[in-house]
Design a protein. Structure first.
Length: 510
């Protein structure tokens, strides 16, 4: 049997290295603040071209360069208060993972032509496997270590693009897969252009049609809910100087314009109360009075203590009844809200670790409130980036989402706009409206199609009174999202292992 020709690199290593760096910067520009969403395709394309034909060492190098140019730019807001150490630690870790998991993508480019050298393998099988392996890498980044950091998922960059609607069918993970699949198919079509055959363009053309033509999955109108949401703009940053009760008083002052208005619920942001209403009688009495004053339940948030544990807790509060339901943040932020392996990291950076005094415990209660018969899905701050939290809420019966966040530590950075984009993608993915309320902004009410219904300017105290649409019915993303992750992401890794076995067997036979 004739030996299959080895896959040669498209670019020499020096050019591939430059291409990878440019690709990482391009990918970052597809996210807010800039938000040029087509650059996500450019970034992916540059990364893939730099990997074609590379051996493990070369793939690791260009993967590290791509990851560094993306991550050190994408999360530079982490250095705002604590300097370069947290920034380098987070971006460096994500870069290492991204670089190491570039190797499987390079192996796919080397092995697929050996096992399936025909047009189907090269033009369809290879791009699909590359898309799956890229998706697998995102899943690893989003789950490991310490619950991961799924902040740079390509699908999340598309909140303002005409492709965002696809997330309602396959979730953000599936959107990532389809985007990378498409880019890889275009690259293969260009590489195969010497055939001068129309068939070589079929996979890329079919994917382009799929990306642009398939409409959003429709959900069913279930009426509306009048929501008062308040951005107090209080001194709620980690290092803000403040007197006792200053944040609570700022929220109360900003709520005053809603007094006398008809509303179904009053929503405050994460950290809108700077004392524990479950144990502080004065704070509880203040919330009782507020609920009575607006003649509506409250959804508020504070740090709460139960036994030896501290939680980041959202509360459904009713006058005379107190907290009738609780949701504790599912994924506290490592090195922000708790320190994993504290003793070890305290040896490395004792001054920084010493600043993190609290140790928040992960919550286990549902991200869902029953608001007088209306299902409300919840996500506290960074929990918006975790699929399980969002999907659990809608599966429990959420007809609307209320996301509470505190962006005070990241004023005037890309962080709050990136998080707002993620909230917008969640609205589209689930077919639900989202009320995204922050202590300092950016706060918006987002329709199920991702459009903006209402908003408040950042760094300004204010309140919104909004008739928020309710929706019923689960999108396919909410039903099969975890299955898409298993099949596309982890299934691609299994497929690569099998492919490698066949590739080596064929090599030995030759």
């Amino acid at each position: 049997m004739p030996r299959t020709p080895a896959v040669r690199p498209v670019l020499p290593l020096w050019a591939a290295s430059l291409t990878a760096v440019v690709g990482g910067f391009a990918l970052d520009l597809s996210f807010p603040d800039v938000g040029w969403w087509p650059l996500a395709f450019v970034g992916v394309g540059f990364s893939l071209v730099s990997l074609i034909g590379r051996r493990a060492g070369g793939a690791l190098l260009v993967g590290l360069l791509f990851g560094a140019s993306f991550w050190f730019t994408h999360v530079d807001w982490t250095s705002r208060y604590l300097g370069v150490v947290p920034w380098f630690a987070l971006a460096g870790l994500e870069t290492v993972i991204m670089g190491a998991l570039a190797i499987p993508i390079a192996l796919a480019y080397r092995w697929m032509p050996r096992v399936l050298p025909g047009p189907v393998g090269r033009l369809l099988g290879l791009p699909a496997l590359v898309g799956g392996l890229w998706t697998m890498r995102e899943l690893v980044l989003g789950s490991w270590p310490y619950t991961g950091f799924p902040w740079g998922r390509i699908g999340m960059s598309q909140s303002e693009s005409p492709l965002a609607h696809l997330s309602s069918w396959v979730g953000v993970t599936g959107l990532t897969f389809l985007m990378v699949f498409f880019v890889a198919a275009v690259i293969q079509w260009i590489r195969e252009a010497r055939w001068r055959a129309l068939v070589t363009a079929v996979p890329a053309a079919a994917l382009a049609i799929l990306l642009l033509v398939v409409p959003a999955f429709p959900t069913t109108d279930a009426g509306s809910l009048t929501v008062g949401s308040v951005q107090g703009n209080g001194p709620s940053g980690y290092f803000d100087r403040r007197e006792r009760g200053a944040i609570l008083n700022a929220q109360l002052a900003a709520s005053a314009p809603l007094f006398g208005e008809e509303l179904d619920v009053l929503l405050w942001p994460e950290g809108g109360i700077d004392s524990d209403p479950l144990s502080n009688a004065a704070t509880a009495a203040t919330l009782d009075a507020l609920s009575e004053r607006v003649d509506a339940p409250l959804i508020v948030n504070a740090a709460t203590a139960r036994g030896d544990d501290i939680f980041n807790t959202s509360m459904l509060w009713k006058s005379g009844e107190g907290a009738t339901d609780l949701h504790d943040k599912t994924h506290p932020v490592p090195f922000g809200e708790y320190v994993p392996d504290r003793d070890f990291f305290a040896m490395l950076a004792p001054d920084l670790i010493g600043l993190i005094g609290r140790e928040y415990t992960p919550g286990t209660n549902a991200p869902f409130f029953d608001l007088d018969g209306v299902g409300v899905g919840l996500a506290i701050c960074f929990d918006v980036i975790y699929d399980d939290v969002v999907w659990d809420g809608v599966r429990d019966g959420a007809e609307v989402y209320m996301f509470q966040t505190n962006n005070a530590d990241f004023r005037n950075t890309d962080e709050n706009l990136q998080q707002l984009a993620f909230a917008r993608m969640r609205a589209i993915e689930t077919g639900r409206a989202v009320v995204n309320i922050s202590t300092v902004g950016t706060s918006q009410v987002i329709a199920p199609d991702g459009s903006t219904i209402d908003s408040l300017p950042s760094d300004t105290a204010g309140a919104m009174l909004t008739d928020v649409p309710l929706r019923e019915g689960l999108t396919p993303a909410a039903i099969i999202g975890s299955g898409v992750q298993a099949v596309v992401g982890w299934g691609s890794l299994l497929a690569l292992v099998v492919l490698g076995g066949f590739a080596f067997a064929r090599r030995e036979k030759n």
